[in-house]
Design a protein around this ligand. Sequence first.
Ligand code: MN
Length: 396
Amino acid sequence: MAQVQIPVDSPFGLANLPYGVFAPAGGPPRAGVRVGDQVLDLAAALGDPVFAGPALNPFLAQGPARWREVRQRLTSLLAGQSGPPQAALHPLAEVSLLLPVEVGDYVDFYASEHHASNLGQLFRPGAEPLLPNWKHLPVGYHGRSGTVVVSGTPVVRPRGQRKAPADDRPTYGPSRRLDIEAEVGFVVGTGSKLGQQVTLGEFAGHVFGVCLVNDWSARDLQAWEYLPLGPFLGKSFATSVSPWIVPLASLEHARIAPPRRDTPLLPYLADDGAGPWGLNLTLQVRLNGHLVASPPYATMYWTPAQMLAHMTVNGASVRPGDLFASGTVSGPRADQRGSLIELSWGGHDVLTLPDGTTRTFLEDGDEVTISASAPGPNGARIGFGEVTGRILPAHG
Ligand code: MN
């Protein structure tokens, strides 16, 4: 047994306890919780085989009463005099972090008014930036769960068709406008039945926790293919997620009201009285180590509870391990934009990084890292860790 040492200012203190899947050197993958700069092997610490497998799905499926019980046991164990068995603790630097869940369905929303309005201006110049449906429902599309990868996985520059407005015909080749989208992801724990709606008030009974997402986007492929059915190959080549899922239970102090809305909502989306799920997360986007944006999640028009209510309002069911993401988080200020197409305003404004290099879109070898934190109890910070990825050249 060993008392766990957690630095006093760690964003991975007892108020956080995010879940992931890790493999110690030479060992099989299993579930763990991050505590400071260590990982606690849950199967070893709690003696529960639900944590012995390579994904969190079986635990997520057990539902909110079990999530609370395990959190209480972990808190008692970690705060107690004797602490967990020494053999259950691994230094973070000595383990590999793996994809935490087997991702079922993956949906990506478009919930930032600032982002949707910026993209509207860039993709449809001269037209109304927001389409007429935007303030009535959280717009989204179904993505490709099989290409969701964990942070650190390299991203090969995609090839595809692209056609600039001035070109007579499309050409085929590596994307020339490869971009990022800094997003927040929500992981479903408890599933729902086919035909059943998940109401706003049932959000915390179904969603287990929150991670960071980079929705890599090839803007040239996207601009040519997206009408009339939406994003397809311009986004399906890779979506990166952070290795740690921060439980909703850690985010009670981060809950805030969403921005004031100027359009009345249909009752199934009206959250005025429902204890809204705006979240006060601040993201940081770094390109080759340089901070290029600090998008505030607090400015998002639609909350994750509204996203889930909308996603299931037609009776579509959700399953443990489903992932839905917020869409690019962009705030009102230029330094709060969560994509390069916004930061470079469609490639017109060159970004100069502190080391003198310039960028509009990503170049081969570039590394993008998105991190975030949120307020916790008693001045503590809740850390999300990071989602990072480096661009490899297109395959010949
Ligand atoms: Mn996206």
